[in-house]
Design a binder for this molecule. Structure first.
Ligand code: ADP
Ligand code: MG
Length: 268
């Protein structure tokens, strides 16, 4: 463990196996309080699923985890590090852009809109970041990319452009592209919400394979069946707060909060 990580762990009481450690996270946009003190623990190798109504702050919370949003209060440590800061003594210093990029490269993020580079082939999409950000040799990046495409069942699409692929295939390419950076954790923000219903399964299947391979994942989703089957914990957010959390099966079968019950009855 690095010195900084060990210091953070001691100071904040971060468990040894923690990948995401969030405490009292607050976020405001002007007068709007979007996150009102949110805690989350995601141990390494586990899958946390976050559900909740539209506008409850799920995306904002996810974006805070890779410092796409700056916290108004509280802390988030990813594998023991602040993503956007270094702690020196009692002060947090904001990282410079290139350091921030390096730390962020370890956190993969998948969106509802697949966000592939439309002017690049699938292969070019996959090798771009490893070559540009990590300085991986092109030939090696291509070899690794080919293996990742095989893993998501798209070996025959190396030369295709995103527009030539279905939504499900594009999202699987996006997953492979995220994996090409060898992330410690993957954050998914409603990865199947933009897909036609018949294409949802292939993306969830790729995500299930990832989970089974031991990848740590935080998944904002409306796919309750996926959360029940794959999730190690389920978190229900409403109005910027975590209302209930627990074992997905137990929570779905027997929600304790009336708000959780009401939400589940609408999406199940
Ligand atoms: P969810 O993902 O659960 O639907 P969001 O995190 O996207 O919720 O949004 C929570 C609230 O924060 C919403 O009211 C949204 O309008 C507001 N919000 C999100 N991002 C911004 C922003 N950049 N500026 C102002 N308000 C925002
Ligand atoms: Mg959202």
């Amino acid at each position: 463990m690095s010195e900084a990580r060990k210091m953070n762990a001691d100071r904040f009481g971060v468990p040894a196996e923690s990948m995401i450690f969030a405490r009292n996270v607050r976020k405001t946009f002007g007068a709007l309080e979007v996150l009102k003190g949110v805690d989350l623990d995601v141990p390494k190798g586990s899958v946390a699923c976050i559900i909740g109504p539209s506008g409850s702050g799920k995306s904002t919370f996810l974006r805070c985890m890779n410092h796409l949003e700056k916290l108004t209060g509280g802390i988030i440590l990813v594998d023991g590090d602040f993503v956007g800061y270094d702690l020196v003594g009692d002060k947090l210093y904001e990282l410079r852009e290139n350091q921030l990029c390096r730390r962020r490269a370890e956190i993969g993020m998948l969106f509802q809109s697949f966000n592939l580079f439309s002017h690049m082939t699938v292969m070019e999409n996959l090798i771009q970041a490893p070559v540009q950000v990590r300085g991986t040799h092109v030939e090696q990046a291509k070899e690794e990319a080919a293996a990742l495409l095989a893993r998501v069942g798209l070996s025959d699409k190396e030369a295709a452009y995103p527009r030539q692929l279905s939504g499900g295939q594009q999202q699987r390419v996006a997953i492979a592209r995220a994996l090409a950076m060898k992330p410690k954790v993957l954050l998914f923000d409603e990865p199947t919400s933009a897909l036609d219903p018949e294409l949802v399964g292939e993306v969830l299947g790729a995500m299930r394979d990832l989970a089974e391979s031991g990848m740590t994942m935080v998944v904002v989703t409306h796919e309750i069946a996926f959360a029940r089957e794959i999730g190690d914990q389920l978190v229900f957010m409403d109005q910027g707060q975590i209302v209930e959390r627990g074992n997905p099966r137990e929570m779905i079968n027997d929600p304790q909060s009336p708000r959780t019950r009401e939400f589940l009855s609408r999406v199940l």
